[in-house]
Design a protein around this ligand. Sequence first.
Ligand code: AMP
Ligand code: ZN
Length: 436
Amino acid sequence: MSLRLFNSLTKAKDAFAPIDPKNVRMYVCGPTVYDFAHIGNARPVIVFDVLFRLLRHVYGDAHVTYARNITDVDDKINARAAERGISIRELTEETARIYNEDVAALNCIPPSITPRATEHIAEMVAMIQSLISSGNAYPAEGHVLFDVASKPDYGKLSRRSLDEMVAGARVEVAPYKKSAMDFVLWKPSSPELPGWDSPWGRGRPGWHIECSAMAGKYLGQTFDIHGGGIDLVFPHHENEIAQSECAHHGAPIANLWMHNGFLQVEGEKMSKSTGNFFTIRDLLADWPGEVLRFNMLRTHYRQPIDFTLAGLTESWKQLERWYGVTEPLADPAPDAAFFAALEGDLNTPAAIASLYQADELALAGGLGFLGFSNVQLKIAAKTKVDEAAIAQAIAARKQARVEKNFAESDRIRDQLLAQGIVLKDGPNGTTWEVKR
Ligand code: AMP
Ligand code: ZN
């Protein structure tokens, strides 16, 4: 297999050669857990899940380590917990649980490691200390800042000069900063906010240092692939590079940087104010996760995606057509054309296109390889055809209850439950939903 992946650092499709084929290592920036994940957030999860599957196929399941962090300390989290009147822990636990359920419904394999920021404060403090010792960071008024001027090649990922960055970024100007571009590694916390004791007083870490510290701990000073959405290139990934390289005597943090393109909805930027904002959870109420997954993989990961309901409908129909011919299987190997497409910078639309020509066995293998199982569509299909029957059953159950024949009404409820239909009795009668 000759895998080539587009490297944001070199701006070329580099041949992928792992540092250690016995332990191929990938880090992807995960969610900040303060609210439901939206369908844009689902894109890196699905894209890097396909890459994870491909790497496992090439190097063996036991020889790939995939880390995706959970950011559970952040100003947005603090603000949301206060707004909802719940504790920060309650908010982050609830949101992380929902996130895991959502991405499981998209048939994504759990990463090998999902480190949480709040469980790695000691590693962050140690990294900050080393950056101060090496002259790359300085404490000021309870903060610690990274001194951007101390890293002459700062900006090499986004390929911007310092002047362009200052002009383009919404950098916070603060009296304690030597330069406007210097970014926060540590900041003070007031007593009501989450904080940890540190050499610079009680405080909390900045976002960028979280990823550098956790990636370093689990994947080593230099690992193979670092991924995330294109919006993270600057400043987040630029800052991860600066911190990790300075703390590790110049060793690169990752050999290959991969960024997925952005997702729009019906031709527009997703926004709550225009009503075209979709959480994964909202969509899962109407669309099987596999349909969302397939729809995402029909576009190459570096291209922008226009997410439309028409596209979802088309995706559902295509999966149904294929499932009419075959069942996805993990075992049979997809054919050479399929792998050739994935080897060429993870070209999922070309891999999918090859399935139209594939024989039944290669189709089954290709669908299985891409993470399709047909379980969800079967459930959805069942509920679709049974809608009238459910209404009838609800009416029969109501009649049974009027007649105080509770054995019969329970039997009807249990029978529906066995088909995955949950009844809910409310003041306005009985409604039903599909058990997930
Ligand atoms: P966040 O929680 O905002 O840090 O985002 C988590 C991940 O989702 C990051 O890798 C982002 O780059 C990615 N992401 C956020 N919005 C979109 C979008 N509209 N399209 C594609 N990826 C996105
Ligand atoms: Zn990160």
